[in-house]
Design a protein around this ligand. Structure first.
Ligand SMILES: [Zn+2]
Length: 157
C-alpha cells in the first residue's frame, strides 16, 4: 500500500482499466472432490489440475485432475511436468483446455501466499482451498495479472 487514494493509484497503472475478472462455473461435485482431496492430503498441501473451457470473461471447470505434491510439503506444492503434460494431452483430446491448478493451504486462508506469487504462471487459474477450519473449507479463485493476483468469481452450478 502506498497510501494514495484508490483513484490515484489506479491512474498510476498502465491502462487505468480495472482488471478483468472471470466468472468461473464449477459444479458442486467437483468442488467437493477438491475439498476431499485436500483434506486427504493433510497435513501436507494437496494439489491438482483444472480442465475445462475458457472464453473470457467466462470459464468452466469440467474436470479435476488430482496430482501428487512432489514437494510433500506443508506450505509448498509442486506438480510434476509429466503430470502437467498428461493432463494437457487429456484435455486436448477431450476438446478442453488445461485451465490451471488447485492447491490447499493447511491451516491457512484461501489467499495467495508470497510463494504462490513467486511461482504462479501468468493468467493461469489458481483455485486455493483454505483449511483454517478443515470442517469448513474455503475456496477462492485467483489469477496473476502483471504483478498482482486478481480474484475471480466462482459460480457453483
Ligand atoms: Zn498457496
Amino acid at each position: 500500500m502506498n497510501g494514495l487514494p484508490r483513484a490515484l493509484r489506479r491512474d498510476a497503472g498502465t491502462t487505468g482499466e480495472p482488471p478483468a475478472r472471470l466468472r468461473i462455473a464449477i459444479s458442486m461435485a467437483i468442488l467437493k472432490q477438491l475439498e476431499a482431496h485436500c483434506l486427504g492430503a493433510l497435513p501436507e498441501e494437496g494439489c491438482g489440475l483444472l480442465l475445462g473451457h475458457r472464453e473470457d470473461p467466462r470459464a468452466s471447470v469440467t474436470q479435476a485432475w488430482p496430482a501428487r505434491n512432489v514437494r510433500a510439503s506443508v506450505d509448498r506444492f509442486e506438480i510434476s511436468p509429466e503430470t502437467v503434460l498428461a493432463a494437457d494431452r487429456a484435455a486436448r483430446a477431450a476438446g478442453q483446455l488445461l485451465l490451471g491448478a488447485w492447491h490447499s493451504h493447511p491451516g491457512g486462508l484461501a489467499v495467495p501466499s508470497d510463494t504462490d506469487r513467486a511461482e504462479a504462471w501468468p493468467d493461469w487459474l489458481y483455485i486455493i482451498v483454505g483449511l483454517a477450519d478443515p470442517a469448513r473449507p474455503e475456496l477462492r479463485a485467483w489469477r496473476l495479472l502483471s504483478e498482482d493476483f486478481v480474484e475471480d468469481e466462482v459460480e457453483i452450478v
